[in-house]
Design a protein around this ligand. Structure first.
Ligand code: ZN
Length: 132
């Protein structure tokens, strides 16, 4: 268990993404879910990545295994949340625009995505890249 949270070095894991990883129903905002997914990438928690994705776009067990292998080979640097729309306690959909930085084969790589989130069965889940 990391002591600081992968998504935010100013918080402890226990008071940040552990809450989501232990009980996805405790996630109140789309940004919180996005952060918990980043931390799950860093920690290789592929079950959580599957569980926190909408049933219509959810990755297969095979894809989850591949992500689990890949994430062990890279060094995650940080998450930057750029902007969010909606996704708050009273909303049922929202977007989070973020950058995730990691080092792969000695090269800094950046994933930048404006992601869509919705509530499914009351819980925030990731749908995919936001399209207008
Ligand atoms: Zn966190």
């Amino acid at each position: 268990m990391p002591s600081t949270c992968p998504c935010n070095p100013h918080k402890t894991y226990k008071t940040c993404c552990a809450i989501a990883h232990e009980n996805i129903a405790a996630v109140t905002t789309a940004q919180q879910l996005m952060r918990s997914r980043y931390s799950a990438f860093v920690m290789g928690n592929v079950n959580y990545l599957q569980h926190s994705q909408h049933s219509s776009t959810r990755i297969s067990n095979h894809e989850a295994d591949e992500i689990g292998q890949w994430t062990k080979t890279v060094q995650w640097v940080k998450l930057e949340v750029l902007t969010t729309t909606q996704g708050l306690v009273c909303d049922s959909l929202g977007t989070v625009h973020f950058k995730a930085l990691y080092i792969e084969n000695g090269q800094l790589q950046i994933i930048e995505e404006n992601s869509s989130f919705v509530r499914e069965d009351g819980c925030w889940v990731y749908v995919g890249e936001h399209t207008c």
